[in-house]
Design a protein around this ligand. Structure first.
Ligand SMILES: *[C@@H]1O[C@H](CO)[C@@H](O)[C@H](O)[C@H]1NC(C)=O
Length: 428
């Protein structure tokens, strides 16, 4: 069995002699219904295919870089079922406790929709005698696909985790997660907590992990039993069998914590050290920003065009008072009353834009991928977190003096301008 895999941001995308002639047959179950997770995971699967491994991927969108050794099975409309049933922008009002329930509900709902898809049916129709040398899967929100691990004879499994090191990793690997100095991933605390913060972190930790083990995973198991005509082992046992977990965590941005040898930090594996060239007109807009530019994006799940018109106007009013140019990822064409220094676009090559020398500030929702990209490129942030780990990520920037956090629910033109000016005028 060959599983010699070389990781590292620098080397992704390069061919590797080591793999020649000894390619492994790999199945990747990448079904978290979020485009950013797809960007993250496809960096791994494409790199493996380029090194000569035969990779079959079941995933939420077609691969944009067609790769010879890769076969992609697309779970059709995976994002729609999430989008149509979960009002992501509204979760900014939700407490961490409620967020736990919503995130597990989201995981079960999207996973079942995906198992019913034509894409999943195609993989379900594979013969159970089919064998893979290795299975790759993501460590959260897509567990009903664990049935495929059993179906294909329980080969070694490598998991990835786009959101860093969520608490259930401690249940499944034994990796230490001491809530007294490791705040729960939903909480905006650092490793230096007050007594009440530690107590709350502890309570949230117990609830997150107990629900995962005794409610969420059994539900995912029940969903899988409907679609796999086999006696499935208990999913916690499948999970505990995983060989290694590749976690998206960056030394320097994330607080130090102990890791087992099987929990390997590969933060930002999707980032290309040398950015790709930008489209010509976009490059010109940014090159000519003589006072620099501000990049504003809420990532791939939240949509700026779903913010209330009032909030959109608040941003426009603030931007119109700046001498910097502003680039805003805005998902529709209709944004009236745009100031002349603003440019909107539905899709933008974020990591490459963050590498532009004229960038001054990144206004971000602080998703894990965006946070790591900003830290990697050294761009200060104005964080406007909405849900899940975003509040915790925003806190990491503000606690380390790398950014300012704004509360979305109390946003005003003045608060936006004061955060932006704090970063523009503070030499630190
Ligand atoms: C754990 O892995 C071993 C070896 O790969 C396999 O034989 C066994 O069935 C697996 N157990 C479960 C519960 O998946």
């Amino acid at each position: 069995m060959c599983c010699k895999v070389v990781f590292g941001t620098q080397r992704l995308g390069q061919s590797n002699r080591e793999a020649e002639g000894q390619g492994a047959k790999i199945l990747a179950l990448l079904n978290v219904a979020s485009p950013s997770h797809n960007i993250f995971n496809s960096a791994l699967t494409v790199a493996l295919a380029e090194r000569g491994h035969q990779v079959t991927v079941i995933t939420t969108e077609a691969e944009k870089r067609p790769t010879p050794n890769m076969k992609t099975i697309v779970i059709e409309a995976a994002y729609d079922s999430s989008r149509n049933n979960f009002d992501l922008e509204s979760y900014v009002e939700v407490s961490p406790l409620d967020m736990i329930f919503i995130s597990y509900e989201w995981g079960c709902y999207t996973c079942e929709e995906e198992l019913r898809s034509a894409g999943a049916q195609q993989l379900l129709n594979y013969s159970s005698t089919e064998r893979f040398d290795l299975i790759i899967t993501e460590a959260g929100w897509g567990e009903c696909f664990f049935g495929f691990i059993h179906k294909f004879g329980s080969p070694p499994v490598v998991a990835t985790s786009g959101v860093g090191i969520p608490p259930w990793i401690s249940l499944t690997t034994g990796n230490p997660e001491n809530p007294s100095y490791i705040p729960n991933y939903l909480l905006p605390y650092t490793s230096h907590m007050t007594f009440s913060e530690r107590l709350y972190s502890f309570v949230i930790h117990i609830i997150t992990t107990s629900l995962y083990q005794y409610s969420y995973i059994p539900k995912q198991e029940a969903i899988a039993r409907k679609y796999f005509n086999e006696d499935l082992p208990r999913f916690m046992d499948i999970w505990r069998n995983f060989s290694i977990i590749l976690v998206n965590t960056l030394v320097g941005l994330d607080d130090p914590r102990p890791l087992l040898p099987s929990v390997i930090p590969i933060g930002g594996m999707h980032i290309k050290a040398k950015p790709d060239p930008l489209p010509k007109d976009l490059k010109l807009f940014l090159d000519e920003a003589k006072d620099g530019f501000i990049f504003f994006s809420l990532g791939t799940n939240l949509r700026s065009d779903m913010l209330t018109l009032e909030t959109q106007q608040t941003f426009l009013d603030a931007f119109s008072e700046l001498s910097q140019r502003v680039l805003w990822k805005f998902e529709s064409d209709a944004l009236p009353r745009q100031p002349p220094n603003l440019r909107i676009s539905k899709w933008l090559p974020q990591s490459n834009i963050l590498a532009h020398p004229n960038i001054r500030i990144f206004i971000t929702h602080c998703g894990k991928m965006s946070s790591i990209e900003a830290a990697y490129r050294g761009v200060p942030v104005v964080g406007i977190p909405f849900f899940l780990d975003q509040r915790a990520n925003a806190k990491k920037f503000s606690a380390k003096g790398l950014g300012v956090t704004l509360d979305y629910t109390t946003l005003t033109k003045e608060s936006i301008l004061s955060a932006v000016r704090e970063i523009l005028n503070n030499d630190r």
